[in-house]
Design a protein around this ligand. Structure first.
Ligand code: DHE
Length: 517
């Protein structure tokens, strides 16, 4: 019923009328595509057909998808119905940005909410014997599915279809029972890891970056690039609490680059793409923002409290745009790669300004880095997207400890406190099938493996006790491969459809230093 209401809203174009012009003029689009993808290209039962949402589909492959359809989906083949000129016209249309940012406010977000199962109807205990805190979520981007993996035996417990193009890490409730997924299309799904079913869903945006879960488990914060909003949801029901327009004091709006939870601060922190600011959004009921700084609310002296109500925003103004960042171990400093600078920058969250530059020119992917103790000091290590190097940076004085030369640019690096090794992929170029294993004590590559010649080897995640490392073979005919983390020998291989990230419940809820947060 809810899906119908939403599809009707989309297909009748009750919102975003201005942006509809281009698609509504295209007779072929309206005849063959609009019923699933929306009259305004904003999505319906099929994904949104906007350049922002189609980043994973190369433009020169799009005509093939229209002509041949998509296996394991409802996308039919139009090769016999449409001419190649008509298909080329459709490709041009779907890669053309909308003229205006679509309206997707509180009303539209609320109307998209779907409750599949009432929370009260969920069982108190899981029916399986596997350790529920050692489960893995494996995102299979090849056919838009997720596999829930028993992390003790490395056997699948469940597999289900997700929304189109889930991206970024699965997030968990602090007790590890519920898993939250965000799709590039803006859908946030809540999954019960005990009864192994999707509980509820909501479309929080038209194009979404990622979702964060508050430390108290009460709230989710969703960062969007379309429209320019941050959306706070109830973690219990997924119903929206607040839609925050992302704008600077001059009214210039911005896409959100990413939003993360900062546990000791009881806040969410967001990086913005189009304005040089970081936003800190508190969910601590005692915190208020005054003159740009966080204040603990004092009932005896409420004077000068600038912003009241839930989720007050502290806007930290920077010299340069910050596309991505990591935090240090106590969440006091944020380390990011600035877009126009040659170096990275360290922003101290307490004083709200840059305190150091770091040598981090090769723009890492968000959430790629890890930390550990090296010779008694905390270090941060991250591969570079633009070159075959891993930077190891001293987190006390922000100097570079070592640049480790690798066989090509990497996406992800992972480790665990119980292993002496850090694993880093070589995602791009002729050596994409290699994975390096670095000794965290000597900072030397001790082994390089080639699990499947010619196929990309990527993204490691460890099990709860760090005794096994799991690697993805990033291919339609792919696999996950389990390694003994001590001997570095293969233990098991499970076929999967282009598995991207894998997320261990224990490591994620404990904000383990060797994994993404
Ligand atoms: Fe990602 C995480 C942004 C391209 C696979 N990626 C993230 C996160 C962000 C992000 C903000 C953190 C989300 C979180 O966990 O909360 N990604 C971006 C980009 O800006 C970029 C470079 C361009 C874009 O298309 O948006 C990008 N990412 C990719 C890919 O091309 C990858 C390899 C394939 C894909 O699925 O799109 C990819 N991103 C991933 C994965 C994670 C991720 C597997 C989670 C890593 C983790 O261990 O947490």
């Amino acid at each position: 019923m809810k899906v119908l209401t939403f599809a009707l809203l989309v297909t009748t174009g009750l919102f975003a009328a201005e942006s509809a012009a281009l698609a509504s003029d295209n007779v072929i689009y309206q005849k063959h595509c609009a019923s699933c993808h929306g009259a305004d290209r904003l999505g319906g039962s099929g994904p949104a057909l906007l350049p922002e949402n189609l980043r994973r589909l190369r433009k020169n492959k799009a005509d093939g998808v229209i002509a041949d359809g998509r296996p394991a989906s409802q996308m039919p083949a139009f090769g016999k119905t449409l001419t190649s000129a008509e298909i080329a016209d459709l490709v041009k249309l779907i890669y053309t940005p909308l003229k205006a940012v679509p309206v997707w406010g509180m009303a539209e977000v609320s109307a998209s909410h779907i409750e599949h199962v009432a929370m009260a109807a969920l069982p108190a205990k899981p029916p399986f014997s596997a350790d529920p805190l050692n489960l893995f979520t494996v995102v299979e981007t090849g056919d838009h599915h997720v596999t829930i993996l028993d992390g003790d035996k490395f056997e699948p417990l469940a597999r289900f279809a997700t929304r189109f193009a889930v991206h970024g890490g699965a997030k968990y409730s602090p007790d590890g029972r519920f898993m939250y997924l965000a799709s590039r299309d803006g859908w946030v799904s809540k999954y019960d890891l005990y009864s192994l079913q999707v509980v509820s869903e909501i479309r929080a945006g038209i194009n979404t970056r990622n979702v964060a879960v508050s430390s108290d488990g009460k709230f989710l914060m969703v960062g969007n690039t379309l429209p320019h909003t941050l959306v706070a949801l109830s973690a219990e029901t997924l119903r929206p609490i607040k839609v925050i327009d992302v704008k600077d004091k001059h009214g210039v709006s911005s896409r959100v680059s990413a939003v993360y939870n900062a546990p000791p601060r009881n806040s969410f922190v967001a990086a913005l793409r189009d304005i040089p600011e970081i936003w800190e959004i508190s969910y601590d009921p005692k915190v208020k923002i005054y003159k740009g700084l966080v204040h603990t609310y004092n009932e005896d002296n409420p004077e000068g409290i600038a912003e009241k109500g839930p989720f007050p925003v502290r806007q930290i103004v920077l010299d340069d745009y910050l596309d991505d960042f990591f935090f240090d171990l106590d969440y006091r400093n944020l380390i990011g790669a600035a877009r126009n600078a040659k170096n990275g920058q360290v922003v101290n969250m307490n004083v709200g300004r840059k305190i150091a530059d770091i040598d981090l020119a090769g723009m890492p992917h968000l959430g790629s880095g890890i930390t550990w103790n090296y010779q008694g000091k905390p270090v941060l290590a991250t591969p570079h997207l633009k070159g075959g190097q891993v930077s190891v940076i001293d987190m006390q004085n922000w100097s570079t400890v070592k640049i480790i030369e690798t066989k090509g640019p990497g996406f992800f690096m992972r480790s665990h406190k119980n292993t002496p090794y850090a694993w880093v992929d070589v995602f791009f170029g002729p050596n994409k099938d290699l994975m390096h294993i670095i000794n965290k004590r000597t900072l030397e590559i001790v082994k390089t493996i080639r699990p499947v010649p010619g196929k990309t080897a990527a993204h490691i995640e460890f099990d709860r006790d760090g005794s096994h490392a799991i690697l993805s073979i990033w291919d339609q005919d792919g696999a996950i491969i389990v390694y003994d983390a001590k001997t570095l020998e293969e233990v098991k291989r499970l076929p999967m459809k282009k598995p991207s990230g894998k997320y261990n419940v224990w490591n994620k809820i404990n904000y383990a230093a060797g994994t993404s947060h």
